[in-house]
Write a protein that binds this ligand. Sequence first.
Ligand code: AP5
Length: 208
Amino acid sequence: MSSIVLFGPPGAGKGTQAERITDSTGLPQISTGDMLRAAVKAGTETGLLAKTFMEAGQLVPDEVIIALIKDRITHPDAVDGVMFDGFPRTIPQAEALASITKVTHVIAIEVPDERIVGRICGRYSCAGCGSVYHDTFNPVGTDGCNCGNWEEKRRADDNEGTVMSRLGAYHEQTSPLAAWYETAGIFHRVNGDRAIDEITEDILAALN
Ligand code: AP5
C-alpha cells in the first residue's frame, strides 16, 4: 500500500481538493479532522477527549491520532492506497505513518496567512454529502447542493479566534514537516492562492 498526503495550513483547500483528487484517482480520502468531528458527534471517548483541543484550535495528542489512523487503514478501501488530508501534522505522526505505509507524494497547498481567516470564516458544507462551499469564493447553487440531501452546516471551530490558534499550531508544529519530506524528495509545492480548478490541475500533474 502507498499513499499521498495533502499538506497545508487550515483553510488552504485540502478538503476541497481531496474531493476532486478522489474523483480523479479513486483514492479514498482519510481526513483526521472529519474522523474527529464524527467521534465528537457520536460522543465516543476519543470524541470527548478531542473536543477540548479542537475548540481551542490546538492539535489533538499524537497517540489519539495515530490510533485512529492505524485502525482506519485496515479498512478494505485502503488496500490500494489512500490520500491523507490533515495528517500527519507532527514529526511523531510522520514517523508513525512511515512505519505503516510508503508515502509517495506530499502535496503542499500554499496560501498566505492573510487569506486564511476569510476562507475559514466563510466556509460551510453540505451535511448530506460533505461537499465544501464558501460564501464568496465557492457558493452553493440557489437550490443547494446537487446531492439531493442539501443541508447547510458550519463548523464550531470556524471562527476568528480559533483560526489564529490553528494557524499558530500549524506554524509551530506542522510546517517543520516540510523540511522532513523535502529531504525525502517527495515534497511538491502548489500555489493555493488561485482558482480551485487551476490548483486541481497542478496537483494532478504532480501526481503523474
Ligand atoms: P481539520 O478538519 O483538518 O482542519 P484544518 O487543517 O484546520 O483544515 P480545514 O479543514 O480548516 O481546511 P482545508 O485546508 O480542508 O480547507 P477547505 O478545503 O475546507 O482539523 C480540525 C481540528 O482537528 C484541528 O484544529 C485539530 O484540533 C484536530 N486535528 C485534525 N487532524 C489532526 C492531526 N492530524 N493531529 C492533531 N490534531 C488534528 O477550504 C476552506 C474554505 O476555502 C472553503 O470554504 C472553500 O470553499 C474555500 N476554498 C478552497 N479553495 C479555495 C480557493 N482556491 N480559492 C478560494 N476559496 C477556496
